[in-house]
Design a protein around this ligand. Sequence first.
Ligand code: ATP
Ligand code: MG
Length: 556
Amino acid sequence: MSEERSRNFIECEIDKDLKEGVYDTVHTRFPPEPNGYLHIGHAKSILLNYGLAKEYGGSFNLRFDDTNPTKEKSEFVESIKADVQWLGADYEDRLFFASDYFDRMYDAAVTLINKGLAYVSDLSADDIREYRGTLTEPGMDDPSRSRSVEENLKLFAEMKDGKYADGEKTLRAKIDMSSPNINMRDPIIYRVAHLTHQNTGDKWCIYPMYDFAHPLEDAFEGITHSICTLEFEDHRPLYNWVVENVGFENPPRQIEFAKLYLKDVVTGKRYIKKLVEQGIVDGWDDPRLVSIAGLRRRGYTPDSLRTFVELSGISKANSTAEMPLLEYCIREDLKIKDSRIMAILDPIKLVIDNYPADQTEMVEAVNNPDNPELGSRTVPFGRELYIEREDFMEEPPKKYYRLFPGNEVRLMNAYFVKCTGFEKDEQGVVTTVHCTYDPETKQGTDKEMPRKVKGTIHWGKCDSAVRFTARLYENIVDEEKGVYDENGDLNLNPNSCVIMKECYAEPALKGAKAYDSFQFVRNGFFCVDSKDSSDDDIVMNRIVSLKSSFKLPAAT
Ligand code: ATP
Ligand code: MG
């Protein structure tokens, strides 16, 4: 696929930079703030940055942007590392923490002060906002703007040494209070905050602001192309100002692309946190969430996410991708990779009255007709089987070709059976269906079948079937009503997780381990739950059903 697609605009920019000799290598990074779990949007950024480094034979860094000590947690650092590795973005030993650069950032600020390009301000945060002006009016100069270099050096050192309370002083870049770009109106680059940092402890009571720290982190690491999302476009002049004035010889270049949005899907950290805290979902890796951990637990593969990112494209214009596209990608991937086995989600019994009660016959089944490498297996067959409740009807509508009294169907991989009767319990619910089989109709023999049947159903032999629990998922929010209600709360879908406890599969499911996946014929793709499954109670998450009306748009 990547051979055929046209080059995206970022590749075009990089080609140009290399051709003009601006850079002689490509060095990218993924810079998450460790304040939550990564989601599908981050996967796009990771795969884009990693993919570019690989494509150009360059390097890729994973860097934690841990400059903000209040929100960050080591739990998030570990989950992010696991997610990035799982996606296949190999950062090797190139793992960095922005907080390791605090000394160098401090020195960079001193460099700016010495150049007369930064000053210590006495204004409160409110006053600074007040002085900043608006889109139509220029800002006003800070009364401290003309402090001498010596005084600024002394005050900044005192800020570092803990002489001031939180908010009492800030360090501001001296740029242009009348710039049409408000980001350039003497932005704050350091603040006083008496906070313990998870990496540096109590060493610092001043912390750099994002717009100052981020370009420095990139420059320290020798990043060439700093790829970020569109909301930073207006910050680019400040990014450039920082790296130029601190004096880097071959500074990195920022390029923005549009964020990935998924239609009708909850991605906001704020909402997910609430769902987790209220116990509505089972943690950040609940299989209904589009966190990377959730998608993985659901049974998505790195390959399917890679294809999804490719197909959703890299662009400058905001757009939304649809969930059916993501589902298409996993279906296409597993269609080839997974074995197709028989499992019954809502069982009733089928008794073959003319089949010997004590006989077990092994029938041959191909694991995946589209992938001969997966080979074949044998499945036990006998007199008493489970079939899906919906594969029998007492009074069928037109065009129902499965079991009903008098009708004949094919039992997948086995024989033709003809329905002869059924039993109901006191409530009138069908419990058992009776039939007879025709020994001349065994599958897998080359001989021509004596007649044709229209329906084929799957089955499992009762005494050798593996019982398991199936979880059938839908969107956590009600798409019909819309994601949010009038109060801005989520419109939850009460059926987002349906649990079926009496499911039966053929013996091939026995011993399945976390993340193993199968196609259950006619029922969809399923994956062993990594948290709740055990040998005694295998729990299978439905990744996606088999059918969809979704069609890949024709290539343009
Ligand atoms: P969110 O606001 O969803 O919590 P974030 O931007 O705060 O995400 P960061 O940890 O700061 O999360 O982001 C790390 C990187 O991932 C940044 O380069 C950011 O631009 C990128 N990123 C975040 N969300 C998306 C998205 N939806 N699509 C593509 N890239 C994204
Ligand atoms: Mg962020």
